[in-house]
Each structure stands twice: as C-alpha cells, then as structure tokens.
Design a binder for this molecule. Sequence first.
Ligand SMILES: Nc1ncnc2c1ncn2[C@@H]1O[C@H](COP(=O)(O)OP(=O)(O)OP(=O)(O)O)[C@@H](O)[C@H]1O
Ligand SMILES: [Mg+2]
Length: 234
Amino acid sequence: MPVITFANTKGGAGKTTAVLLLATELARLGFRVSVLDADPQHWITRWYETSQSALGKLTVVPYVTMNSIDRQLTEEKTRADFVLIDLPGSRSSLLAKAVGHADYVLIPVQGSAMDAQGGANVIELLQYLEDKADIRIRHSVVLTRVNSMVTTRAMNAVKDLLAARRVHLLETPIIERSAFRDMFGCGGTLYSMDARRVSNLDKAQENARALALEVLQQIPAARHAGIPGLRNVA
Ligand SMILES: Nc1ncnc2c1ncn2[C@@H]1O[C@H](COP(=O)(O)OP(=O)(O)OP(=O)(O)O)[C@@H](O)[C@H]1O
Ligand SMILES: [Mg+2]
C-alpha cells in the first residue's frame, strides 16, 4: 500500500506537523494508517502514547532506524492502507532509503530561502534516482506555517523558484495555526479538541481535510488500488 515519505533536510520545516495532520485525517476518512517514526525527537511517538485511545485506525511504529526500516516497512505495508514516514531534518542514508521506498514524497517548505534549499536537496536526490536508476517518484512541495492573512515576499520568491524548476506545489498550504501545535501538547486530534479553547479550530480542520484530499489525488496507487473508503472522499 502507498508509502508517503516526508522529507526536507532542513530541521524545523514542518515535517512532523504535516505527518500528524495527514495521518489523523486519513484515519478519520476511514483508512488504516501506519506512521514510521524516524524523527529522533519522537514527537509522533509521544503524541501517540497520550492519544492512543482516541484512534482506532492509526498505528505509530517508534524507533525506526536505518537498520530496522526495511523490516518495519514490509510489516506495516501489509496491514495499512497508507504508510507515512517522518524523517530527521538532515541528510542521511536513512533519508535516501526512505525516499527510495516511497510512492510519493511530500516536501514541506516554509516560506524562507533556507527551507527552500533543504527542499531542493530532496529534489536533487529524487532527480539522481531518476537519472541513475530510472526510479521516478512522484513528489510535491507543500508550503508550511503560512500566514493566513499575509502573502509574504519570501513566500512568493519560493513559489517562483518552484515554478521555474517545474516542481509540483500543492494548492493547499499548511496554515500557521495554534491547533496544529496544540495537538502535540494535549494529544488527541483536531476533532477531540475543545473549540471554545482553541482559536480557529474549524479553519484548522478544514485545512487538514483539504490537505488530505489533495494528497489522495496525487497518489496514483491510491486512486487505482481500490483502497476502501477512497470512493467516499472525492
Ligand atoms: N502549521 C503550523 N502551525 C503552527 N505551528 C507549526 C506549524 N508547523 C510547524 N509548527 C511548529 O514549528 C516547529 C517545527 O515544526 P515540526 O516539528 O513539524 O518540524 P520538523 O520539520 O519535523 O522539524 P525537525 O526537522 O526538527 O524534525 C514546531 O514547534 C511546530 O509546532
Ligand atoms: Mg520532525
């Protein structure tokens, strides 16, 4: 079943946040989701330990390393509709392996030049796999921590750069929302939070849903493999 790897060699680009949003949203849509946690900060594993009871369809596999990833991926692929991989924010052989296993690579990029460079490193790796090994892996950039009110000059520069290099950009950006931070602090999902305490929770839910639907459209294996539940989300 499709493997989605989240990668940017720059730390703090928003990978783990994007993984959690997509994982919880896909599980909410009825898919069985496994997250392989290879981020040394183990945010998703910690989140899972406090949230487990609320989630029937989501599994998190902790302590994923270069030596264990092949076995863990094989196991999770047999039981999940989607396997998501959260990586460290650095160049590593683990990154190359996790990208090589992917059906789709999502590259979270904040609207800053440094982040765009971290994303460019991943795109170079994908290009290398295509040139040297004829392995073509579909991939998109998703803009993260986007200010809901302002379009910054830095953000436009990143968009222009991507367009010039013909890199696919998801139409749905991940907006800067306190709800997306609070999920890690409080556990649970955007749907178990109290709307009276979390500002713009409805907008955060809408954002996560739009992201999940757009990602599903990008994955040919998801569209054609007859994954149960996909018919209901178009
Ligand atoms: N859309 C968002 N809204 C609000 N806060 C966000 C958003 N995206 C990321 N953050 C915050 O930015 C910080 C870095 O995000 P995150 O941990 O997702 O990045 P990362 O790429 O996984 O980092 P690392 O490379 O260190 O693993 C965290 O404090 C997170 O809560
Ligand atoms: Mg992370």
